[in-house]
Write a protein that binds this ligand. Structure first.
Ligand SMILES: NC(=O)CC[C@H](N)C(=O)O
Length: 451
């Protein structure tokens, strides 16, 4: 295989802008950017770059699951640049570029351990039907003051006049002014990275914001979401702010979601979720049913940590069920009111802590399995169903339960292969054991003084 080189125009841009190195980057299973840098000249000449295969399954505590994937036999993968993603690094002082890569095994196939491969596997399944998903992720996140003490609760950053948010700023513009320099840099960074943002709002929580990305191709949107989260972190650090994408960083306050709007078009660009008369199609109902059937098994892919499950409390606009309903925010699967061409479902379950490649792969994969199996959904929910007993399937309530559902089902291995399913569960078990090994502030506060 001929190793790809940048186009003449890209090579000219790299040289003319004095780019010293190019980051060959990919998202590991946690969604964290990893890779290696290559001198710009070597990149232009197409010098291949390899990295240990297991880097893709590094856990959030920096450990690897076990020696089956790392240690005894630790092969390399080729970092294969996707030249369409070559961009300047907005937060670099010295001109630097980045390019997103696929991880390729020695036999030339995509490494099943890399999240971008998992999404590509699902998209290939759609392509085989002549279909293309269209998605739009929405991300919520908090801005906090910098702090080095992991045992202390997060603090909101100081605003103009020394004020701190007290919870009355949601949907306000004034806080955007308080953080103007930060948001200006984010806008500039998005332009440089090719991230197409739509609306921005101040969300319900103190210092919580939301960004909606413009809908489009699923791989492009996964790349954009991955880069956006990286941009948020890096830009925050430059402005003395800590951007936190955890699902539930503050007790008693709203969590942060990564809602995913999704529809599917055929080869003629027609939305397969709508019939010609504008009504919902059979494929739409099968898709909803697939989400209801398979999302519980795939939950660790879009609710990846013990903290993800703390978000699901009633009354804070987070879903607690797998019902679907029209323009209803008390269900997990909301169908917004729209014209037939925009008929879509919004999966409200993923947290902002999700790896966007895996959240998209899981959601698009679950829907597709429903179409392939012609499953039927429950009846649409009516009214506020937060407190109702529903006939929709139950969601696992903890990461432990979600991992048991993943291991007990076959959706993950059917969609992403047995190796990914086993390796991913193993990563989550490493993280869970580390979490369970800590003594919390709650235990110190309430149990220490008991006899
Ligand atoms: N924008 C909203 O609908 C709020 C969502 C809510 N913050 C959640 O965690 O799901």
């Amino acid at each position: 295989m001929q190793h790809p080189v940048p186009s003449a125009e890209q090579a000219q841009w790299l040289s003319a802008s004095g780019v010293r190195d190019v980051e060959l980057a990919f998202a590991d299973v946690t969604g964290f950017a990893r890779g290696k840098t290559l001198p710009s000249k070597a990149f232009i000449q197409g010098q291949p770059l390899r990295i240990a295969r297991a880097v893709a399954i590094q856990s959030c505590i920096g450990e690897f699951p076990d020696y089956r994937y790392y240690g005894e036999n630790d092969p390399d993968v080729l970092l294969l640049p996707d030249m369409s993603t070559l961009r300047p690094v907005p937060w670099a002082n010295t001109p630097r570029a980045l390019v997103l890569c696929d991880n390729v095994d020695h036999d030339g196939s995509l490494s099943p351990l890399a999240p971008r491969s998992a999404l590509k596997a699902v998209l290939a399944r759609y392509a085989a039907r002549g279909w293309t998903p269209v998605v739009a992720p929405e991300l919520e996140f908090y801005l906090f003051a910098p702090d080095a003490d992991a045992d202390a609760p997060f603090q909101n950053p100081a605003l103009r006049g020394g004020r701190r948010e007290q919870g009355f700023d949601s949907f306000s513009f004034s806080t955007l002014n308080d953080h103007e320099a930060f948001f200006d840099d984010i806008y500039r960074g998005c332009e440089q990275l090719g991230i197409h943002t739509d609306t921005w709002v101040h969300e319900m929580g103190p210092s919580q914001f939301e960004i909606n990305l413009k809908h489009g191709d699923a791989l492009a949107l996964a790349d954009q979401t991955f880069l956006f989260k990286t941009l948020l972190k890096e830009t925050g650090l430059r402005h003395g702010l800590r951007v936190v994408c955890m699902a539930k960083p503050l007790a008693g306050q709203p969590g942060s979601s990564m809602h995913i709007h999704q529809s599917v078009v055929d080869g003629n660009g027609r939305n397969v979720f709508s019939q010609p008369n504008g009504e919902g199609s059979h494929a739409f109902l099968h898709y909803l049913a697939g989400l209801q059937r398979y999302l519980p098994q795939l939950m660790p892919l879009y609710c990846p940590s013990p903290n993800s499950f703390r978000r699901f409390v009633k009354g804070l606009a987070a879903p607690v069920n797998l019902s679907w309903g029209i323009d209803n925010r008390s269900v997990g699967l909301r169908v917004p009111v729209s014209g037939p061409e925009a008929r879509r479902v919004e999966n409200r379950l993923p947290g902002c802590d999700a790896n966007p490649y895996l959240a998209l792969a899981a959601s698009l994969g679950a829907g597709l399995l429903g179409v392939e199996e012609e499953l039927q959904p429950t009846a649409a929910a009516e009214g506020n169903v937060f407190n109702q007993q529903l006939d929709a399937p139950e969601l696992p309530a903890t990461l432990e339960a979600a991992l048991a559902a993943l291991r007990g089902g076959d959706a993950c291995s059917r969609l992403f292969g047995a190796e990914f399913a086993a390796a991913y569960a193993a990563v989550k078990e490493v993280e869970l054991a580390s979490f369970q090994g800590e003594i919390s502030a709650w235990e110190r506060r309430y149990l220490a003084t008991l006899a």
